[in-house]
Write a new protein. Structure first.
Length: 183
């Protein structure tokens, strides 16, 4: 599959999963993810269904989706390979997660030393916007979601959740002392 072609991605089944998620609805997708025992790709292997449910049920709005693809551990390239070879798949997966959890804005945090991944992701995000797969009315279903790409500086500490959020917000990438957000 050509990683720079949305048409090729769609010809190989791309965006069928998002269509299926919309057809099932957020509650059913959440149940499917939980029943599948899907876990995160990080070292903790945290259950994805638990994380998504926590976001969806949080009363504070708006909700934000963050994909940490900085990959700051030496010698790991699993995220890089995915971003370079299947950027549309990552964009579609984030869009499904956003649909299920009620997020309207996503941040894709990418290691700055991955120029090919960054170029392909920027292209994929732009192509998805142009085709209505991102933006104010995703696939004409009344759900809004968009993604902003943020470049990380390769700081290992940004693997910690609050340090990553600080970096995305333009602050120094260091852990926060409390769970309260900066105002």
């Amino acid at each position: 599959m050509d990683p720079e072609s949305l048409d090729d991605y769609r010809a190989h089944g791309g965006y069928a999963a998002l269509r299926r998620a919309v057809d099932l609805g957020p509650t059913r997708v959440m149940a499917e993810v939980s029943d599948a025992s899907l876990t995160g790709r990080g070292g903790a292997a945290f259950p994805t269904g638990v994380k998504w449910d926590g976001v969806a049920r949080a009363p504070e709005r708006p909700h934000y989706l963050v994909c940490n693809a900085d990959e700051s551990e030496p010698g790991t390239f699993k995220d890089r390979v995915l971003m370079e070879s299947d950027p549309f798949g990552l964009i579609e997966a984030m869009t499904i997660a956003a649909y299920v959890t009620g997020c309207e804005q996503g941040y894709l945090y990418v290691r700055g030393e991955y120029p090919l991944a960054i170029r392909r992701l920027e292209h994929a995000i732009g192509a998805a916007r142009m085709r209505g797969h991102l933006g104010p009315d995703v696939m004409g279903e009344g759900s809004a979601f968009d993604i902003e790409l943020r470049r990380g500086a390769g700081a290992y500490i940004c693997g910690e959740e609050t340090a990553l959020l600080n970096s995305i917000e333009g602050f120094r990438g260091e852990p926060r002392n409390s769970r309260r957000s900066r105002r």
